[in-house]
Ligand binder design. Structure first.
Ligand SMILES: Nc1nc2c(ncn2[C@@H]2O[C@H](COP(=O)(O)OP(=O)(O)OP(=O)(O)O)[C@@H](O)[C@H]2O)c(=O)[nH]1
Length: 434
């Protein structure tokens, strides 16, 4: 995941670098170059023809003379038609399929005009538009026109945006106002017509070339594409860094989780080790180290709470015989069973300690001697009810005493031990109070 996102970061950096180089380069190139030229000339004649007003019941006569480097239209303007004209036409498309001139912004002419009266010509661009135009009806195409004086020099340039849709075309096609703007996206013909010249005159128009010039891509379009590229790059970079941050976060979360798991395992192990250190492995009772730990805590509590604690010394009766008759393993089973019975009967706050061999100590906090004796009677009943290995009958002798809050623990043990001794001496399976 990390390696993949590192690769993506490198890609974004490369794209940003590329855009940094491309942006100024393309803008300068667009400004100075990227020029697209469409030429009409004898080398590219595009179906040149001439026409005049005879099909409008006029009597003007247009003739076309072609040479290697020019088209010459000679026109004798008659008087039969009210607006006599001759036209030089270049056909760029048929059946409504023209050429897109939208990107052109200037037209450069190389031409000469000869005539006795004025120097006016008209330029028409016919644009086929399915909404208004019909195939076969030439005048149904949009007429974008301009009339101007031909300059004295043969080469001159006019901007495309001076062409306007002809009023007669707007009127005859009932074009709504919002659609009266010029359109150059489907040009089917370029026409050069005589201008407003009275009848009876002869005019000669010699065209060497007409060049439509523009940019392959407009400045606005180029800027839009560049801004879009920068935004796409920015969005991609941003989402990439989000993915990067998220993957880092989940990696560190996983590390934290792993550490927490290890910590827990170590805690459990430490608790296990501590338990092992304080516990007798055979019976599960506390060992002497465990007793010390309990007493440390208990003394602390006893320092605050004025309460007494019963201390009971217990010793299994004739345990040696069990070992001798049934073996050490049977003896171990009895010791385990004995501790199990005690643990099952006493409160969880009571602490059973294996003092050594078959001797056990029971500490009963907040318990006086009378209650301790009652509890020992319960223990004796439970011991006799227990099913022992080999059908044995297991009993224990008990010596009980009370530990005062500020008393030395050793002294209490000694007293309990003395009581136990008396219990043994007085016949076993009984309790004696110190
Ligand atoms: N199986 C087993 N026996 C143990 C263990 N610890 C001590 N013993 C035995 O416990 C016996 C204790 O015997 P004694 O001290 O004579 O006491 P007793 O036979 O119980 O006699 P009284 O206490 O007078 O009733 C000895 O035989 C020890 O070897 C132990 O962990 N497992």
């Amino acid at each position: 995941m990390l390696r993949r996102s590192a690769r993506a970061v490198t890609i974004v950096q490369s794209v940003v670098g590329l855009l940094l180089i491309l942006t100024p380069t393309l803008l300068v190139w667009q400004h100075l170059g990227m020029t697209r030229v469409f030429e009409i000339s004898p080398r590219h004649p595009y179906g040149v023809t001439v026409t005049d007003d005879r099909h409008e019941d006029g009597n003007s006569v247009a003739t076309l003379v072609r040479s290697d480097d020019a088209f010459v239209m000679r026109c004798d303007l008659g008087a039969a038609y009210a607006w006599p004209f001759c036209k030089l036409q270049f056909h760029l498309g048929e059946a409504g399929k023209g050429m897109d001139f939208s990107q052109f912004d200037s037209i450069t002419f190389n031409m000469r005009y000869a005539g006795p009266f004025g120097r006016k010509i008209r330029l028409h661009l016919t644009n086929f538009e399915p909404e208004f135009s019909r195939i076969g009806d030439w005048n149904s195409q949009r007429y974008d026109s301009v009339e101007f004086d031909v300059p004295a020099q043969s080469t001159f340039t006019i901007p495309v945006n001076v062409l306007r849709t002809a009023d007669w075309w707007i009127a005859s096609n009932h074009v709504p106002l919002e659609k009266t703007y010029s359109r150059f996206d489907n040009i089917t013909a370029v026409e050069i017509s005589t201008g407003s010249v009275p009848s009876g005159q002869s005019v000669s128009i010699e065209v060497r070339s007409i060049e439509f010039r523009g940019k392959w891509i407009s400045n606005t379009k180029l800027l839009t594409y560049l801004v879009a590229a920068w935004i796409a790059c920015g969005v991609f970079g941003l989402s990439l860094s989000l993915v990067h941050v998220r993957s880092n976060l989940s990696a560190s979360n996983a590390r934290v989780e792993l550490l927490a798991t290890i910590n827990k395992a170590l805690e459990l192990e430490a608790r296990d080790l501590a338990n092992q250190a304080y516990t007798d492995p055979l019976t599960g009772a506390l060992n002497r180290q465990g007793l010390r730990e309990v007493l440390m805590k208990r003394l602390h509590v006893a320092g605050r709470v004025d309460e007494e604690m019963a201390v009971v010394f217990m010793d299994l009766d004739h345990f040696k015989r069990i070992n001798d008759e049934y073996g050490h393993d049977a003896g171990d089973e009895v010791l385990k069973g004995f501790a199990g019975v005690i643990h099952g009967e006493v409160r969880s706050s009571d602490k059973l300690v294996r003092w050594g061999g078959e001797e056990f100590l029971l500490l009963c906090p907040e318990t006086d001697v009378a209650h301790a004796v009652a509890m020992i009677e319960k223990l004796r009943t439970a011991l006799s009810a227990q099913a022992w290995p080999h059908g044995l009958r297991v009993t224990s002798s008990f010596g009980v005493t009370s530990l005062k809050p500020d008393e030395d623990f050793g002294a209490a043990i000694k007293r309990a031990d003395g009581a136990l001794y008396r219990a043994k001496a007085n016949g076993r399976d009984r309790v004696e109070i110190a």
